[in-house]
Ligand binder design. Structure first.
Ligand code: CP3
Length: 342
């Protein structure tokens, strides 16, 4: 199937595009009343994600309702721990929670590598249905969490401000940590290959907790494994988004990937200098700008576009859109990008 709108793919590959493509992290979700309606028809987030027809429906909603240049498959990064033997729950207003965690060699013996065709077939089916229903309108982004971020949840068992239990394990049990990170990495490579096989046109790796590690730890326990993933995925462009990892930008410039995601703390010019000219950059408007007036959103979006220069850029926010942002504000951001020319 040829894509009618392939701006995202061409921009990721560094090709010149007529305009800058735009999508939003967390675009499929609670900002849309249409999403909340579908979600209230099932028991909760996990059932929605495990019902491929509904997952496909909410994946496509932002394409129809917001006019973004890409869809991102509706799922979660936590499906990998579950596929490895640690099921999770999504607790209303609190976030993810795991009954079992990994903190010892005997815990490690109880988990296994993910078998995507068996354990994650619901995601693969959702991708196939979405691709069919999109009918080539825009590319579909597949994704996974980076090993360090997945490790954090598998050790901690829930969200945390500091993830100090996960960090403690890196210092106290480096060997065990590497074993777990390697198992996550291999599971993730299998999973991403299966997503591409099912139809994903681009892959994004989310390292949401990159910024809590020291530069040295991030080299040893973070980038080492991201680099294995990048080397294993060659059929579609790969984006690495390591939130808060300003200290690792130079190393990220050497990863075997096409695009690096920036958060809003990273200045565009310094990022370009550190990462080099070869990669496309994605980002990086502060999500909170979308709480301001339409004029202010327009002004700051244009400032951002000018800073990136209109080439080798995929417009996005610097992190996921917050659930209480009005969809009209998101539209102002999207329309501003679409109307701007370098
Ligand atoms: O639109 C999209 O971006 C696609 C779907 C997507 C979800 N989660 C759906 C979701 C993606 C790409 C993710 C990634 C994800 N999940 C990350 C990495 C990105 C980031 O934000 O840093 C992380 C750390 C998670 C783990 C996670 N999932 C948490 C901490 C939570 C609870 C907090 C929250 O936002 O509610 C989730 C739940 C979740 N994942 C929801 C959605 C739509 C909300 C569930 C609901 O409908 O109530």
């Amino acid at each position: 199937m040829t894509l009618q709108n392939d701006l995202l793919i061409r921009a990721a590959k560094g090709e010149k595009t007529e305009r800058v493509p735009v999508w939003l992290m967390r675009q499929a979700g609670r900002i849309l009343p249409e999403y909340r309606a579908v979600r209230s028809s099932v028991s909760g987030f996990i059932e929605l994600a495990k019902t491929p027809e509904l997952a496909a429906e909410v994946t496509i909603q932002p394409v129809d309702l917001l006019g973004v240049d890409a869809a991102i498959i509706f799922s979660d990064i936590l499906v990998i721990p579950e596929a490895m033997g640690l099921p999770y729950q999504m607790v209303e207003k609190k976030g993810p929670w795991f009954e079992n965690t990994v903190s010892s060699t005997s815990d490690l013996a109880k988990i296994h590598l993910a078998e995507p065709e068996q354990d994650l077939s619901y995601v693969l089916d959702a991708i196939k249905i979405t691709k069919k229903e999109l009918n080539g309108r825009v590319p579909l982004i597949g994704f996974a969490g980076a090993p360090w971020t997945i490790f954090s949840y598998m050790v901690e068992g829930a969200g945390s401000k500091t993830f100090s239990k996960a960090k403690k394990m890196l210092y106290a049990e480096p060997e065990l940590s590497h074993q777990l990170l390697q198992m996550i990495t291999e599971s993730t490579i299998r999973y991403l290959k299966a997503q591409i096989e099912a139809g994903a046109d681009l892959i994004q790796i989310f390292d949401s907790w990159a910024g809590i590690l020291s530069p040295e730890q991030y080299d040893t326990f973070g980038l080492k494994y991201i680099s294995q993933i990048c080397n294993a995925i060659n059929d579609v462009p790969v984006t690495v988004f390591a939130k808060g990892a300003f200290f690792a930008r130079k190393r990220m410039g050497t990863l075997n990937c096409e695009t690096i995601g920036l958060d809003w703390n990273m200045s565009v010019s310094a990022s370009r200098r550190l990462i080099g000219d070869s990669k496309t950059l994605q980002g990086n408007l502060d999500p909170c700008v979308l709480y301001s007036s339409d004029e202010e959103i327009e002004k700051r979006t244009i400032q951002m576009l000018e800073a990136f220069g209109g080439h080798k850029h995929i417009a996005n926010l610097g992190h996921g859109v917050y659930p209480d942002i009005h969809p009209d504000k998101v539209k102002v951001f999207i329309e501003t990008v679409k109307n701007w020319r370098a």
